[in-house]
Design a protein around this ligand. Structure first.
Ligand SMILES: Cc1ncc(COP(=O)(O)O)c(C=O)c1O
Length: 371
């Protein structure tokens, strides 16, 4: 295994803990353990008595039951938990792909969604989101990308970067297509339940497609990245068993305190969703104003879900811009080149409570540099 550096994680490793304003975070505002425990009477006391032994490798039965409640047809035995979504991506690819396989990946994307397949030796084709179409995917393009060796399609909607949310009609068509061709649909749904209009929420892929694997985590919509609890939900027993078996070589089982806290969080997930969507929607009004004020400098496609957007810098080089901004103003933006985007976009985070101060600092910087 010779995985190349994970560009965005290396960028964050350099800046995340020494920059005053993170204006490109992918997650929603976190909270202290005390605030989470306060959601449920008696939880603080129970937390003191959590047993610190090994936990069940598949995830505790009560946690898996709580996760299953997110879905329509999923049972606790269809849920397999991991240390974050990242471990699940790694093990999904190792459990299902071989070097003779071809994989189609929604692009631009979170790097591991293609990098691990490439490392296994797979041929990987990007399925490009088009800015001119509101970052939508085109199903006709998918048909042209197909090869006789195509094994899996990997999508991420709501999308990390652009906030694109696939339409119900396209999602239905995609699932039918994958089922007809017996392809595995790996559906990264870590931003599901963060749609600004809940009527636009798609069903989870695992609920409509028995071959599909749905991925989620406590980190994004629920704002609890520090728990490191991710999971897959799937009716695909073969993949489930293969992933469960490989987990013995990575983390074996989850952290017991995290499992307890994740269970409390998911039991009260609607409160977390409402809290985080309130933060995002408030922040969006500030961001809309920012881009109206600076229409000659940036273009902006408003997201439909999630805690991120992908604006474009019209003049100048985006890497130089982000570099200068973090040095002179202490505001971190993420150049799109970290996602292999070559069209001068940058990632903007919408989930943090201090966004208005970060934007004030950014405006001050823009006034100083002029142009
Ligand atoms: C689309 C997507 N999938 C998976 C992950 C991994 O999630 P985690 O860091 O919680 O394991 C991320 C994290 O940024 C993500 O944005």
């Amino acid at each position: 295994m010779k995985l190349p550096p994970f560009k965005l994680e290396r960028y964050f490793a350099k800046h995340e803990f020494n920059t005053e304003f993170l204006l490109c975070s992918s997650d929603c505002e976190a909270m202290p353990i005390s605030e989470l425990l306060a959601l449920e009477s008696g939880a603080a006391e129970k937390f003191q008595n959590v047993w610190l032994g090994y936990t069940e490798s598949l995830g505790s039965p009560t946690l898996r039951k709580e996760i299953a409640n997110i879905y329509a047809k999923i049972m606790p035995e269809d849920v397999l938990t991991f240390s974050g979504a990242e471990e699940a991506i790694f093990l999904f690819m190792h459990a299902t792909l071989t070097e003779s396989d071809h994989v189609i990946v929604h692009s631009p994307h979170y790097q591991s969604l293609s990098e691990i397949a490439k490392d296994i030796g797979c041929q990987v084709s990007p399925w490009l989101a088009r800015e001119e179409n509101g970052w939508a995917l085109d199903l006709n393009e998918l048909r042209h990308l197909m090869r006789s060796t195509t094994k899996a399609i990997i999508i991420n909607t709501p999308h990390n970067l652009t906030g694109y949310l696939m339409s119900q009609a396209d999602f239905d068509e995609l699932n039918l297509f994958a089922l007809e061709k017996k392809l595995i649909l790996f559906s990264d749904e870590v931003y599901r339940e963060s749609e600004y209009d809940s009527a636009e929420r798609l069903p989870a892929a695992c609920d409509v497609n028995e071959l599909a694997v749905s991925l989620s985590v406590t980190s994004k919509t629920y704002g609890l990245a520090g728990l490191r609890i991710g999971w897959v939900a799937t009716k695909n027993k073969k993949i489930y068993d293969a992933m469960a078996s490989l987990k013995d070589y990575t983390t074996i089982c989850n952290s017991a305190p995290s499992e307890f806290l994740a269970e409390v969080a998911l039991r009260h997930r609607q409160k977390l969703i409402d809290r985080n969507l309130n933060i995002i929607k408030h922040n969006l009004t500030i961001i809309d104003q920012l881009f109206t004020n600076h229409a000659s400098r940036f273009t902006w496609t408003r997201p439909k879900a999630g805690s991120m957007g992908f604006p474009k810098l019209i003049k100048g080089d985006v890497e130089d811009f982000c570099d200068d901004l973090v040095k002179k103003a202490g505001v971190l933006l993420l150049p799109g080149s970290m996602y292999d985007d070559s069209r001068n976009h940058f990632r903007l985070g919408l989930g943090r409570k201090n966004l208005s101060q970060a934007v004030e600092r950014l405006e001050e910087y823009l006034r100083k540099v002029g142009g």
